[in-house]
Design a protein around this ligand. Structure first.
Ligand SMILES: [Zn+2]
Length: 208
């Protein structure tokens, strides 16, 4: 059993990681946001029990989980969801004591990812229906922030041709490289540091 001091230290680590994740999100660096949120999971149990026990906080917000469940589907970041599941299987107590529906949210995120794959195909083929547009609003809004899709009237289109080049920043080392637009939705290997990640979109180098 961790001491109060130890739990408090872990709680601070949790909130620091969540804060960094939210900042990355504000910068549209979704990959970094997911990484910080995943890193915070190591400390979430301590943060949760400290808040309950010493701060009498009965409404602990599982912000890192929320962020992962919302952000992973449009980026097809299935590994982030696997990380959440593995963590849940290791830490049964938090799940038992809290009324946050971890498993339901996880399942919902996986359903959203399947929906995202269908929607993305429809966007590419320009066959998005008004229903798909409505149901996929959250997914599309993240693609819009990534700069790879936009809504026009009752449909959604690719912002640029997928084989068009863009400048992207590696979210590990910050190196800027040029890649095909299609790589915004999948992880690519950084030519400088070799890390595999989503590139962060910088300004387009040409219209198209
Ligand atoms: Zn790099």
């Amino acid at each position: 059993m961790a001491t109060k001091l130890e739990q408090d230290a872990e709680r601070r680590q949790y909130f620091a990681n969540v804060h960094q994740a939210n900042q990355a999100l504000a910068d549209n660096d979704f990959n970094l946001a997911l990484r910080r949120a995943a890193a915070s999971l190591t400390f979430v149990e301590s943060a949760y029990s400290y808040e309950r026990r010493y701060e009498k906080n009965e409404h602990f917000a599982f912000a890192a989980h929320d962020l992962i469940f919302r952000t992973a589907p449009p980026l097809f970041a299935f590994q982030a969801l696997d990380t959440v599941e593995a963590h849940l299987n290791e830490t049964k107590k938090m799940e038992k004591n809290s009324d946050y529906d971890f498993r339901g949210q996880l399942q919902n995120a996986r359903d959203q990812m399947r929906l995202a794959a269908q929607l993305w195909d429809a966007v590419r083929q320009q066959t998005v229906s008004p229903v798909q547009l409505r149901e996929g609003r959250d997914l599309i809004s993240i693609w819009e922030r990534l700069g790879c899709a936009f809504t026009a009237g009752a449909t959604c289109r690719l912002a640029l041709q997928l084989d068009c080049s863009f400048r992207g920043k590696c979210s590990f080392c910050g190196a800027v490289s040029t890649a095909k637009k299609s790589s915004l939705l999948k992880e690519v290997r950084c030519p400088k540091c070799s890390a595999v990640s989503h590139l962060v979109l910088l300004a387009p180098i040409a219209k198209g």
